[in-house]
Write a protein that binds this ligand. Sequence first.
Ligand SMILES: NC(=O)c1ccc[n+]([C@@H]2O[C@H](COP(=O)([O-])OP(=O)(O)OC[C@H]3O[C@@H](n4cnc5c(N)ncnc54)[C@H](O)[C@@H]3O)[C@@H](O)[C@H]2O)c1
Ligand SMILES: N[C@H](C(=O)O)[C@H](O)COP(=O)(O)O
Length: 338
Amino acid sequence: MTSPVTLALTAGEPAGIGPELCLQLALEERGQRIVVVASQALLQARQNDMGLSVQLESWQPGQPVTCDAGHLAVMDISGVATTSAGRTDPGNSQYVLDTLTAAAQGCLDGVFDGMVTAPVHKGVINEAGIAFSGHTEFLQEFCGVERVVMMLATEELRVALVTTHLPLRDVPGAITPERITQVTRILDQDLKTFFGVAHPRILVAGLNPHAGEGGHLGREEIDIIEPTLERLRSEGIRLTGPLPADTLFTPHWLDDADAVLAMYHDQGLPVLKFQGFGRAVNVTLGLPIVRTSVDHGTALDLAGTGKADAGSLHTAIRVGEQMARHRREHRKPPGGKP
Ligand SMILES: NC(=O)c1ccc[n+]([C@@H]2O[C@H](COP(=O)([O-])OP(=O)(O)OC[C@H]3O[C@@H](n4cnc5c(N)ncnc54)[C@H](O)[C@@H]3O)[C@@H](O)[C@H]2O)c1
Ligand SMILES: N[C@H](C(=O)O)[C@H](O)COP(=O)(O)O
């Protein structure tokens, strides 16, 4: 018998749909132990506004976690400045980061088996004078690792990225042999560790139109990507590419692949989100902790209306639990109990 998984769920941007998605989740019976890491006052204010009735239970490490419908365990984080739905406030930024820190530290300390994040608003955090480009980079720095990989996935498609939240003008300079090597090794390893893919087959996109058209539309494929892939192939990693990104996302290639490695954010993610927005998960690979997230943003236009769909949050929780169980398996001593 395996013990239940305990996941921290950060509620994200106070003005966004994160807090109400947490409350929506609390109205259901849950298979996992979920502790929402957020301001309890914020959750109470949002449920008052929306006419919801969830019993918020203050939780601290070591205490049991309720899974009952209508109840929600909350690790209270102080410092929220304003709680209005739809109206962002840079004064909330440090509080938002404090929720991430508390959840991540709890994972490192073994209090949580993993963390799931509701969306934050990158722009508002920067408006507070805090440089922040995303959970992915924040957690990379917090955990002190050199490289992590952003991967979004649906049941049918996984898309990982060589570069994450970079201005487009900075992308070509970031496509280096070192980065491609690190990202590809992490992707290959974590597909095995967390997703049960024994011998991952990875399609790699080129950077330029038509993968550079033999050097006539850019040379990154010839000078950087292909030689790097060749070295990685010699390590036994199964790579196809660099392929033209416009035709890579077709059944001809995808039917025989386990993941796509795109060179930059808007090369890969629009395809994934077109295919499965609302039921996809965002995973950070290469961390010493499990972290999953929703596929959508703060949806300020929907906050407080009750119209936000919780489909992606359900996926993020399911995949987070699956990854946490795989991590336990990998750490289990031979013959030992999980
Ligand atoms: N995981 C994260 O933290 C994360 C992910 C993506 C975007 N963001 C951030 O969110 C902010 C807003 O980004 P955006 O406007 O590009 O994207 P968005 O996902 O917030 O909104 C895009 C559209 O999708 C709708 N939508 C989003 N989530 C929905 C849901 N659960 N149910 C129904 N409809 C939903 C919105 O109403 C909007 O029309 C930005 O600051 C961005 O950086 C954060
Ligand atoms: N790139 C993500 C997306 O488009 O869904 C999103 O911005 C969230 O990224 P982080 O998990 O790094 O916050």
